[in-house]
Design a protein around this ligand. Structure first.
Ligand SMILES: [Zn+2]
Ligand SMILES: [Zn+2]
Length: 341
């Protein structure tokens, strides 16, 4: 089978490898669609701090069950599935306290261990989730990013009736804002400096989509929410200057939630947290329940993913993918790799 391996930054090789053998508890999946993530782009550039080469990338996959292990129940050949791409130890303190997404020994498929840019992928059945027959493989590849969003909103607590600002209208920001709307936020504002992304956000039903070029975040918040300001600010942009604007724009007893992957340390004015009791929350991927909620919200059409995929490439054209992303920052949203027919 064909498999694409990143051997070092900017370098990939196309391998012809045997189809993986599966154990009694495993499922073999014929991959159909695999999305390219922001973290994949960091890996390509050699900027991802928490991985090492070589690695087969790909953690946003959808495919069809090709074979099931002898002890597997609940899956059969031909089922449409996606994969929760986290391997955790189950024994460390975070795992035992219900936070396996921050397991001390966490390994993510496609980052720390083999991923899905491959014709077939074997995974324990416990990592596999069934997709409804009505869901397309394109949508299936967007379950993982949507699970990042359901995880982020779960981390915010009960958001019913709240004012929410999402910074950054890329795929993750868009999905976080949509999940906030679907979860009962009073008003959800999304900001960006890219008009295409803002237009897509508008089409997805996000309440207010604001171009912040030449504007202060604080002013946008006052204009959109009035004196109540923002209860929750969710950073999906990962830009130092914007983060500091968010700190300044946070209100007493508000929450500042970091979803973005920062590549470098950020200096902040700590008294603005301490004196105003601003809660800063980090969010790292998702739990199983977030994955299932993502599938449910998509199945119920409460999340619109139809505008999120900007480009398709066949796996055989994989070498063209990252240069395309690098040279089209204004138009690229989610790039999806097609595998097989
Ligand atoms: Zn991802
Ligand atoms: Zn653990």
């Amino acid at each position: 089978m064909l498999q694409v391996k990143m051997t070092e930054a900017f370098k990939m090789s196309f391998l012809d490898t045997p189809i993986p053998d599966i154990g009694d508890d495993d499922v073999l999946i014929r991959m159909k669609r695999v999305g390219v993530c922001g973290s994949d782009i960091q890996i390509y550039h050699g900027k991802h701090k928490y991985m090492s080469f070589p690695v087969v990338q790909g953690h946003e996959g959808a495919g069809v069950v090709a074979k099931v292990g002898s002890k597997v129940t609940g899956f059969r050949e031909g089922d449409k599935v996606t994969v929760q791409p986290q391997v955790f130890c189950g024994e460390c303190a975070p795992c035992r306290s219900g936070h396996p997404n921050v397991c001390k020994n966490l390994r993510v498929y496609g980052v720390h261990t083999g991923g899905m840019f491959s014709e077939y992928f074997a995974a324990p059945a416990s990592k596999v989730l069934r997709l409804p027959e009505t869901m397309s493989f394109d949508e299936g590849s967007l379950v993982e990013p949507t699970a990042v969003a359901t995880g982020a909103i779960r981390r915010c607590g009960n958001i019913t009736g709240t004012n929410v600002v999402v910074l950054g209208a890329g795929t993750i920001g868009n999905l976080v804002a949509q999940v906030a709307v679907a979860s009962g936020a009073r008003k959800v504002v999304i900001t960006d400096i890219n008009p295409t992304r803002l237009a897509i956000a508008r089409d997805c039903g996000i309440h207010a989509c604001i171009d912040t070029r030449g504007r202060k975040l604080k002013d946008v918040i006052m204009e959109e929410f009035g004196e109540n300001e923002a209860d929750i600010i969710i950073d999906c942009a990962g830009v130092k200057a914007i983060f500091n604007e968010a700190v300044a724009a946070a209100r007493c007893s508000s929450k500042l939630v970091i979803v973005a992957n920062y590549k470098e340390p950020v200096e902040v004015e700590l008294p603005l947290f301490q004196r105003r009791e601003v809660d800063m929350l980090g969010i790292m991927m998702y739990l199983r329940e977030d994955f299932q909620r993502a599938i449910d919200l998509m199945t119920q059409k409460k999340i619109d993913t139809s505008r999120l995929i900007s480009d398709h490439f066949n796996i055989r054209q994989m070498e063209a993918v990252y240069p395309h992303i690098d040279t089209h920052p204004e138009s690229v949203m989610k790039v999806v790799i097609d595998i097989g027919e």
